[in-house]
Design a protein around this ligand. Structure first.
Ligand SMILES: C[S@@+](CC[C@H](N)C(=O)[O-])C[C@H]1O[C@@H](n2cnc3c(N)ncnc32)[C@H](O)[C@@H]1O
Length: 222
């Protein structure tokens, strides 16, 4: 599915979100700034797609950023946009990195797509160093009732038509609202992260809860 929409993915992201997706990725980079400023830090962007978050993290960063995704056409576009960033083709459920490799791991609009969210979180936990940070940017549940209804109408009825017409894959843009509706809300995801042994779990709503940024820390005990 992702291979089929790779060529139009960036355009549709920016058009369908009125460019708000760029602001959301900037929030992730701002949050991780203390780690990005460290020359010795290693950061992995999982399910990196066409590389937009990896590129945002890399901007002005002293840390080493790597991107990974299992979809080769997505990675080809990422590499074309940012040849200086290393990209690794891999399944997020079984990453080819040793335990305790990264100071921070990010995943933007990727966790929802994994076949098992708990096992996916456990895999991200495994590759983080003790004390390392996980940042999950994902669609979430709007918190303002009237706005939520309006947004859900747009998301379920208008977005699939535009996305389908431009990408040629209506199914991919019907899958989007469907997968978001099945994904845990802000509090439930925070709870799942805590149950996957992340500590100091916290989240911030973005654009009235359309998206949320969850942050968790891998404790010092393995
Ligand atoms: C909605 S895109 C998000 C891309 C990018 N992170 C962004 O912010 O635009 C979801 C990405 O997750 C990737 N993905 C889904 N399941 C995956 C898995 N099991 N392993 C690795 N990548 C996966 C897809 O290939 C796709 O590139």
């Amino acid at each position: 599915m992702f291979a089929g929409i790779a060529g139009r993915y960036d355009l549709l992201n920016h058009v369908l979100s009125l460019n708000i997706d760029k602001r959301w990725r900037r929030v992730v980079a701002d949050k991780l700034r203390p780690i990005l400023d460290r020359e010795d830090a290693k950061i992995l962007d999982v399910a990196c797609g066409t590389g937009d978050l990896a590129i945002e993290l890399n901007e002005g960063s002293r840390a080493a950023i790597t991107g990974t995704d299992f979809c080769r056409p997505m990675l080809a576009i990422a590499l074309d946009k940012s040849p200086a960033i290393p990209y690794v083709e891999a399944d997020a459920m079984n990453l080819p990195f040793p335990d305790a490799t990264y100071d921070a791991v990010t995943i933007a609009f990727g966790l929802r797509n994994l076949p098992n969210v708990t096992n996916g979180l456990a895999e991200l936990h495994r590759i983080l160093k003790p004390g390392g940070t996980l940042a999950v940017l994902e669609f979430s549940t709007p918190i303002v009732p009237g706005f939520g209804r309006l947004f859900n109408f747009y998301f379920s009825h208008i977005l699939p038509r535009i996305g389908g017409a431009v990408s040629g894959s209506r199914g991919a843009y019907e899958y989007l609202p469907d997968s978001v509706s099945k994904f845990p809300n802000q509090r439930a995801l925070a709870q799942m992260m805590s149950e996957t042994r992340f500590s100091q779990v916290d989240f911030q709503n973005l654009t009235g809860g359309i998206a949320a940024l969850h942050i968790g820390t891998k404790g010092s005990c393995p």
